[in-house]
Design a protein around this ligand. Structure first.
Ligand SMILES: [Mg+2]
Length: 255
């Protein structure tokens, strides 16, 4: 019997502000069967509190410790590295996560000395930010990306530019590649597994993107399941796949 399921959010549990039909009930059915649920997102625009609130609004009950996003993980990374002050291209949740764990976060456009540059999704991204990022990186500071998703899914099949498109712009202008916090790196999946003392083989990783969600799960040694409710519409050969998380829960509970 699996111990836990790590669920992606965008395209797996909801699209934009709309839950995917059957997803809240699927999460509840896993819990009722004694399977722990963790919510893992590459989205860096929200702090832990913001994620818990959004999930709650859309019908998913989640405790703060069950929720993990790249804003939180980037803040933990900054602390581990003992960065005092970082330049940020990102949104409120990323600034909040950094400040609340003791790392001073400044707008990348500010010409101050920093210990690193962190880039996440920024829906007000502009030329001045790109210019600021270039100046910081030319000084040789570390370059951290929350994630490299090119897009994320919205309602009605629409997709919007993801953090990866901004990270690519910065990487291009500076001629440098970032270290990446989120999926497909296995770091966050492994953090969740270690925190609870599970074995990787007992933890399913579920998501809508093969090259991030499923690759992170695979690298962490977990079984993986692809849902077609987000950005992916055809499955690679040999990949366990279903239309949505409700189908996954039914299949898992039948085993
Ligand atoms: Mg997703």
């Amino acid at each position: 019997m699996p111990k836990a399921v790590i669920l992606d959010l965008d395209g797996t549990l909801y699209r934009g502000q709309t839950p995917i039909p059957g997803a809240p009930e699927a999460v509840e059915s896993l819990r009722e069967a004694g399977i722990a649920v963790r919510f893992l997102t590459n989205n860096s625009s929200m702090s832990r509190d913001m994620l818990v609130q959004k999930l709650g609004r859309l019908g998913f009950l989640a405790e703060p410790e069950e929720v993990y996003g790249t804003a939180i993980a980037a803040a933990a990374w900054a602390r581990e590295q003992r960065w005092q002050r970082v330049a940020v291209i990102g949104e409120a949740g990323l600034f909040e996560a950094l400040e609340s764990t003791g790392t001073h976060a400044i707008d990348a456009r500010e010409e101050q000395t920093v210990d690193a540059l962190i880039v996440g999704i920024c829906r007000t991204f502009d030329y001045a930010m790109l210019d600021g990022a270039l100046q910081h990186l030319r000084r040789g500071v570390p370059f951290l990306a929350t994630n490299t998703d090119a897009t994320f899914p919205q309602e009605g099949g629409r997709e919007s530019p993801g953090a990866g498109s901004m990270v690519a712009a910065v990487a291009c202008v500076a001629g440098r590649s970032p270290q990446v916090v989120g999926k497909p790196e296995p770091r966050m999946v492994l953090d969740l597994i270690r925190q609870s003392g599970w074995e990787s083989s007992q933890v399913w990783v579920v998501g809508d993107r093969v090259e991030t969600d499923l690759l992170a799960g695979e690298r962490a040694g977990c079984p993986t399941y692809l849902v077609l409710s987000g950005v992916t519409h055809t499955a690679p050969n040999g990949q366990l796949v279903g239309p949505d998380v409700a189908a996954f829960a039914r299949e898992l509970l039948r085993r």
